[in-house]
Design a protein around this ligand. Structure first.
Ligand SMILES: NC(=O)c1ccc[n+]([C@@H]2O[C@H](COP(=O)([O-])OP(=O)(O)OC[C@H]3O[C@@H](n4cnc5c(N)ncnc54)[C@H](OP(=O)(O)O)[C@@H]3O)[C@@H](O)[C@H]2O)c1
Length: 357
């Protein structure tokens, strides 16, 4: 096990990158993180606490324009990329070549098959190299891939919607309880920070406040991740009908998934399956028959709250999952993955309770 690491975050001015910085400054095995932002945008003198004053008080965190030379000069050995998909797609091969551990929060390296990868429309300069890198990437949900993550050099941190839906459905599909020939339907609500800091029209206060709206109906990019991972768990192709909604909260994501049952099952039987599947998991809270997940209970944490009900009238299971999109949906899960890669206890720097009420 390493005693200390030198982490760096690229995209530290963004929502996911800042959440990473917030967690890493308290990581007992990490030196002060090196924080990068877009080339030239911030300049070398800007500090993270000028942008986010609530992290100040520890001497400041300089923001540096990203340079490979700076990475080497500072002895960075763990690199978190909280950058747009295209940037991660371009930079990860070089980062892997430099021998640093890489945790990429974008969608650039999550999808195994070319058919799924096509949805991102990447124009790789060197497709052979890209395929080689892809073969090394481990999909970053510890509850599914803990053993591979411990050996990984590159983690493709899972998407926020995908994390919540996979965690809600995986116990059911893995146990063969879902009739895969009749549709799984998932509805999710996400807070506005899920869209990142650099949002455009439609994300201003007036558009979002006191408003609810669906988007990316039938075409959200995370569907491919959900189907990839759920198909692997089921051992057969799984198709998901998914509709995300934007809701006027800052953080939080709630998934409600309706899946046709292959046979009769009671709520208590399904709950027992969830309790058994997640009994060793430090960040999965299985709620009993009297409770339903809510985003407030997981805000600021790496916890996923899950539960399930049998709907005897329709023969379906209704599974739920609430996460913080910036926690278990992004930075929290990235730190959990990094802890596993580096041989630390996977809960290190993540042991916080939710902010409710
Ligand atoms: N927000 C979430 O809930 C969430 C959840 C899961 C995964 N993710 C993924 O995490 C990544 C970051 O998302 P976000 O929501 O944090 O976005 P964001 O708030 O818009 O931040 C994007 C960050 O990337 C930096 N950046 C943009 N172009 C760059 C370039 N060419 N070179 C270097 N840095 C560049 C920006 O720097 P400047 O400020 O200098 O422009 C900023 O720090 C995305 O891939 C996203 O899909 C986000």
């Amino acid at each position: 096990m390493r005693q200390t690491i030198q982490p760096a975050v690229v995209g530290a001015t963004g929502y996911a990158g800042f959440e990473l910085a917030r967690l890493l400054v308290r990581h007992p095995h990490a030196k002060k993180p090196v924080l990068f932002t877009r080339n030239g945008e911030a300049g070398t003198t800007a500090k993270l606490d000028e942008l986010y004053p609530h992290v100040s008080g520890n001497g400041g965190y300089p923001l540096e324009p990203f340079r490979w030379e700076t990475l080497r000069a500072k002895g960075v050995n763990v690199l978190f990329l909280a950058t747009p998909h295209e940037v991660s797609r371009e930079w990860v091969p070089e980062a892997v070549a430099q021998g640093v551990h890489v945790i990429d929060l974008s969608g650039a390296w999550r999808l195994e098959t070319p058919e799924y990868r096509a949805i991102y429309d990447f124009k790789d300069e060197n497709p052979v190299l890209a395929d080689k890198i892809m073969a090394q990437a481990v999909y970053g949900i510890p509850e599914l891939h803990r053993t591979e993550l411990k050996q990984a050099a590159l983690v493709a941190n899972a998407g926020c919607y995908a994390t919540s839906i996979i965690l809600a459905l995986v116990p059911l599909v893995r146990a063969g309880l879902v009739d895969l020939n009749h549709g799984i339907v998932c509805d999710s609500k996400s807070g506005v920070s899920g869209a990142g800091r650099a949002t455009g029209e439609g994300f201003d206060f007036v558009s979002v406040n006191e408003n609810l709206r669906p988007y990316a109906v039938t075409g959200h990019k995370h569907i491919a991740e959900m189907e990839q991972e759920l198909s692997a768990a089921a051992g057969a192709p799984v198709r998901v009908s998914f509709v995300p909604h934007l809701v006027p909260v800052t953080r939080g994501l709630l998934a409600t998934c309706s899946a046709p049952l292959a046979g009769a099952a009671s709520t208590e039987e399904l709950l027992e399956l969830f309790r058994h599947r997640y009994k060793e998991e430090p960040f999965i809270r299985v709620l009993g028959p009297g409770q339903l997940p809510a985003t407030k209970g997981v805000t600021g944490t790496n916890v996923a709250e899950v539960t399930v009900r049998a709907d005897a009238r329709t023969g379906r299971a209704i599974a739920f999952c609430a996460i913080d999109n910036l926690g278990k949906g992004a930075a929290g899960q990235a730190v959990q993955n990094a802890n596993l890669m580096l041989g630390f206890d996977e809960t290190t720097a993540l042991d916080t309770a939710g902010l409710a009420p």
